[in-house]
Design a protein around this ligand. Structure first.
Ligand code: GLC
Length: 803
C-alpha cells in the first residue's frame, strides 16, 4: 500500500480538514483549510456531480458533453452533519463526505451495501511545465469488481487490470493493444456484488484510467489539466447506468431508416462510370443496398466542397440517377482546408480568421491528403456556423444525403505526434484555451457543425452523418465507425468488442469497416464479418482499395450467396432494429448489449465477450475462426429458439452451436415478437402492406413493441408515429396476443402475417377480437401461420374446444 506520505513526497497534495459547509438548493459546498473546494450537485436520486478546485475558486462551468436536455430532479434529499462526516441521502443512495480529506463513500440506500469508495480520493500535483494541476482521483477496487466502457478501446471487454489513455489519435492498422485510438469517452461502469454504477470524468485534457493495474485494489483516473469533475451514476442495473449517462450526454434523433440499411464504400469509387457499375451490380445480383460512398477522390485535388469535374462531370445528375435507383450518396469531408489562394473555402476561412493559430500567431499548418492545410477552429461558434453553411451546395443542390467526417482527430501527417502541437489556440466557445484542452473535442465539434449543416439543408428529411473522432456526447450528432482496421480474424474479434463497448459507452450507432480496411480478406472472413455486422447498428463495407476489391461479388459465388442471405436478413429485421433505435433515442437504451449488461445477476456473463444481444431479444454470436463448422457459446438464462431450426435451448450454460459458413449462431428469446419486412433492394422500394410478426411461444408473459413512422422527416415528433405494444401470454393450452396502438401515423401495413413458433398444443379454437375464426386459416409450414388484420386488439389461440 502506498501511503500518503510517500505520495506527498512525489509532489502530490491532498485536501485537509473541512472548515466550511453550506447548501444551496441542490448543491453542497465544502472548503478545506488548504483552500480545496468541493461542490456536490444532486442531479437525480442516483446521479451526483463532484467538482473539486485546488484554489477555492471554480472556473466558468462549461461542458461540450453535457446536454441541456438532460433529465434532472430528485425525490428525496436529506443532509446530515455528523461528527466525522456529512451524509447526503436521496431515495437511491447515501453519500458520505468525510470532514478529514473530503473522502467519499456511496452506499445503496435500499440495502446499505457499499457501492463506491474513495481510496486516496481527490489529490493533485502542480504541473510547472503546463501550468495548472494534474488532477487525480483514486477509488477502492472491490474484490471481484469488473469495469466496462471507455468507448472504442480494442482489447478485452472487461477493462480490469489495464491502464488506458484518452487522447483522440489517428491509428491506421491499430491492434488489440493499441491505446489510445480514435475516441475519448471517459466513462466507465463498475460492477461488483452484482450492482453497477458509472463514473463519467468530464475532462477533455489528456486523461488516464487505471483499473487496478498499478495497485490491485485501486482504480484511479487523472487528467493533465482542468478540473476533477466527475459524475457518479448509480444503477444498480448496468442498463440503467448507461441510460442515465446517455440521458446526461445526449440521445440522437432517429436516423432516416435507409441509414440502417447496407452501405457500400471504398477508397475510392471513381469516376462516375465506376460508381454506376458498382450500384448496377448490386441491383443485377439482387443484393440489397441503400448507400454508396464517395471517398476523397471525388474532390478536385482533395479540396473539400469541390468536385473533380473530369471524374464527375455532372454530380447533380449522377446523384439523382443513383437516387432513382434507390442509392443515397454519402460524401467525405475532412477538416484540412488546402492552402490555395484560388480556393474559395480557403479564402473565406482566411478572410474571416476562422483557422486555428499557434500561440505566437501564425496559422497551424499541417499536411493531410491535399498537402499543406489550415484547419478551421470548430470550437468557435462562428466557425461552426460558417462550416454548416458550406453544405448548402452538396446537400440542397446536388442532393448528397449523408456526410462522412474523417481525419478529425485532427490527423496531421509526417509529424511525430500525428496532430497539432500543444500550443495551438482554440476559442472553446468563448473560453480560450490551448490544444491540450481542445484536442479531444475537436472532431466532435467538427461533426456537430457538419450535423447542423446537413440537417438544415436536408430539411424536411433527416440528416445522416458519420465521424471517426469523438468525445462523450458526440452520439447526439452522428454515427461512427471504428477506423482503419485490418482484414484478419483478430480484427473480426476486435470489431465485435468495439461495437459492444461503444454501445455500453452511450454510442450505439456504430460499426466497423466490414472485411477490414487494410489488406484483403479471404472470402470466408468476409462472409463471417458480414454475418457479425448484420447485427451491428451501422452496416458498411469499406476498404482502402490498395489490396483489391471488397464488394459482395468479389469472392466466389457461394460467398456472394451467403452475403446476400445475411443482407436480406438485415432488411427483414429493419422494423425490429428501427424500434430498438427509437427506444435508444427515447430512453438511451443501448442498441446492442453485451451479455453482462443483459443479465448481470448471472456471474457467468461477466466473462463473456463474443455473444451479445441485438435489440432486446436476438442473441447473436459471430464465428471468428477459419474452417469452423460451428462454435461453443454461452446461452444466457431463459429459453431461446435457434433462429434457423426453431429448436429450443435452455440457457445458463455453454453449448456447441452448428454454424457452417452459410450460417451463424442466432437465437431468439422466448416470448419475443419480431416484426419483419419483406426483403427490399433498398428502403422504400415497395409499399409494404403485409408485415410478418414472428411470435415465439413462451409459457408466461412478455411485452414487446413495434414502432413505425414515415421512415424519415420529423412528423414522428408531432405524434405521427404508430407504436404498437404487444402483450403475449402463454399457457399450457393457450396463447393470447394483445395489441395496443398509439400515435396518429397511418401505416401502409394492412395485414399481419403471424408466424407462431414453438406452440406446444394443437389449436382447436381461434378467437380474434371476440369472433371465432375458422381453423382453416391456420397453416403449418414449420411454424403456424395466420393472416390477420393489423388493427386487431386480441388474438386468442386455444388448445381446448369451445365449451
Ligand atoms: C482514412 C479513413 C478511411 C478513408 C481514408 C481516405 O484512413 O479512416 O476510412 O478511406 O482516410 O479518405
Amino acid at each position: 500500500m502506498i501511503t500518503n506520505t510517500e505520495l506527498e513526497q512525489k509532489g502530490n497534495a491532498f485536501p485537509s480538514n473541512v472548515i466550511s459547509f453550506r447548501k444551496d438548493v441542490d448543491t453542497l459546498y465544502f472548503t478545506t483549510e488548504n483552500d480545496v473546494a468541493l461542490q456536490i450537485t444532486i442531479l437525480r436520486d442516483g446521479l451526483l456531480r463532484f467538482r473539486y478546485s485546488t484554489t477555492g475558486m471554480f472556473a466558468k462551468d462549461f461542458s461540450y458533453a453535457i446536454t441541456k436536455y438532460a433529465s434532472i430532479g430528485y425525490n428525496q434529499l436529506d443532509i446530515e452533519e455528523k461528527e466525522d462526516c456529512y451524509t447526503i441521502t436521496t431515495s437511491k443512495i447515501i453519500c458520505e463526505v468525510s470532514r478529514k480529506g473530503l473522502l467519499i463513500k456511496i452506499y445503496d440506500k435500499a440495502d446499505g451495501s457499499l457501492i463506491n469508495q474513495d481510496e486516496l480520493g481527490f489529490h493533485w500535483e502542480e504541473s510547472y511545465e503546463f501550468g495548472g494541476d494534474i488532477v487525480k482521483m483514486s477509488k477502492v477496487s472491490h474484490d471481484g469488481e469488473s469495469y466496462f466502457g471507455l468507448g472504442d478501446k480494442p482489447g478485452h471487454l472487461n477493462l480490469k487490470g489495464k491502464r488506458f489513455e484518452n487522447w483522440v489519435t489517428d491509428s491506421y492498422a491499430y491492434g488489440k493493444d493499441t491505446d489510445p485510438i480514435y475516441k475519448t469517452i471517459p466513462f466507465y461502469t463498475g460492477l461488483h456484488n452484482k450492482k453497477a454504477y458509472g463514473i463519467f470524468f468530464d475532462n477533455t485534457f489528456r486523461s488516464y484510467f487505471d483499473f487496478a493495474q498499478e495497485r490491485r485494489f485501486v482504480t484511479s483516473f487523472w487528467a493533465q489539466g482542468g478540473e476533477m469533475n466527475y459524475y457518479f451514476i448509480y444503477g444498480p442495473k448496468m442498463t440503467d447506468v448507461v441510460e442515465y449517462y446517455t440521458d446526461l450526454t445526449g440521445k440522437p434523433d432517429l436516423p432516416p431508416l435507409w441509414a440502417l440499411g447496407f452501405h457500400q464504400c471504398k477508397w475510392s469509387y471513381y469516376p462516375e462510370s465506376k460508381v454506376k457499375a458498382i450500384t448496377s451490380k448490386f441491383r443485377e445480383l439482387q443484393i440489397p443496398c441503400d448507400a454508396i460512398y464517395l471517398d476523397i477522390d471525388y474532390m478536385e485535388g482533395f479540396r473539400c466542397f469541390t468536385w473533380n469535374k473530369e471524374y464527375f462531370p455532372d454530380p447533380k445528375r449522377m446523384v439523382k440517377e443513383l437516387e432513382e435507383d434507390g442509392f443515397k450518396t454519402v460524401a467525405i469531408i475532412d477538416p484540412g482546408i488546402k492552402i490555395d489562394k484560388k480556393y474559395w473555402v480557403y479564402k473565406e476561412g482566411l478572410e474571416n480568421d476562422y483557422f486555428c493559430k499557434r500561440a505566437d500567431g501564425p496559422y497551424i499548418k499541417g499536411k493531410v491528403w491535399p498537402g499543406e492545410c489550415y484547419f478551421p477552429d470548430f470550437t468557435n461558434p462562428k466557425v461552426r456556423e460558417w462550416w454548416s453553411g458550406l453544405f448548402k451546395e452538396l446537400i440542397e443542390e446536388i442532393g448528397v444525403k449523408g456526410i462522412w467526417n474523417d481525419m478529425n482527430e485532427p490527423a496531421v501527417m509526417e509529424v511525430p505526434n500525428k496532430t497539432f502541437p500543444h500550443d495551438v489556440r482554440h476559442d472553446y466557445d468563448g473560453n480560450p484555451c490551448s490544444h491540450r484542452k481542445a484536442h479531444n473535442i475537436y472532431g466532435m465539434q467538427m461533426a456537430r457543425a457538419t450535423y447542423h449543416g446537413v440537417k438544415k439543408f436536408s430539411h424536411p428529411k433527416r440528416p445522416f452523418v458519420i465521424t471517426r473522432a469523438a468525445y462523450s456526447g458526440t452520439q447526439r450528432y452522428t454515427s461512427t465507425w471504428t477506423g482503419d482496421n485490418i482484414a484478419n480474424w483478430e480484427h473480426l474479434w476486435i470489431a465485435n468488442v468495439q461495437v459492444q463497448r461503444l454501445a455500453m459507452s452511450g454510442f450505439s450507432f456504430a460499426g466497423s469497416d466490414i472485411g477490414g480496411f487494410a489488406e484483403q480478406p479471404h472470402g470466408e472472413l468476409y462472409a463471417r464479418w458480414i454475418q457479425l455486422a448484420t447485427f451491428h447498428p451501422f452496416f458498411r463495407v469499406h476498404s482502402s482499395g490498395d489490396h483489391g476489391d471488397q464488394e459482395p461479388w468479389t469472392f466466389d459465388e457461394d460467398i456472394t450467396d451467403i452475403v446476400r442471405k445475411f443482407i436480406e436478413l438485415r432488411y427483414q429485421l429493419l422494423p425490429y432494429l428501427y424500434t430498438a433505435f427509437w427506444d435508444y433515442t427515447e430512453r438511451g437504451v443501448p442498441l446492442i448489449k453485451s451479455l453482462v449488461m443483459f443479465d448481470q445477476e448471472d456471474v457467468n456473463t461477466h466473462y463473456r465477450i463474443d455473444e451479445f444481444i441485438f435489440g432486446d431479444s436476438i442473441l447473436a454470436c459471430p464465428v471468428q475462426e477459419p474452417n469452423a463448422k460451428g462454435r461453443r457459446m454461452y446461452i444466457p438464462r431463459g429459453e431461446w429458439y435457434n433462429y434457423w431450426t426453431d429448436e429450443v435451448v435452455k440457457g445458463g450454460k455453454e453449448t456447441w452451436v452448428d454454424a457452417d459458413i452459410d450460417s451463424m449462431p442466432v437465437f431468439i428469446k422466448e416470448g419475443a415478437i419480431i416484426p419483419k419486412y419483406p426483403v427490399q433492394q433498398y428502403v422504400g422500394e415497395r409499399k409494404i402492406e403485409e408485415i410478418t410478426l414472428d411470435i415465439y411461444y413462451k409459457k408466461g408473459k412478455e411485452d414487446s413493441q413495434f414502432f413505425e413512422d414515415a421512415q424519415d422527416g420529423y412528423d414522428y415528433t408531432k405524434g405521427r408515429f404508430c407504436l404498437r405494444s404487444f402483450k403475449l401470454t402463454g399457457r399450457k393450452n393457450q396463447l393470447v396476443i394483445q395489441q395496443h396502438k398509439e400515435g396518429s401515423y397511418e401505416s401502409d401495413c394492412k395485414i399481419f402475417k403471424l408466424q407462431i413458433h414453438g406452440l406446444p398444443f394443437e389449436v382447436k379454437n381461434i378467437q380474434l377480437d371476440n369472433e371465432t375464426k375458422s381453423l382453416e386459416q391456420l397453416h403449418s409450414n414449420g411454424c403456424l401461420t395466420l393472416m390477420i388484420d393489423e388493427n386487431f386488439s386480441i388474438l386468442d389461440l386455444n388448445g381446448e374446444n369451445e365449451e
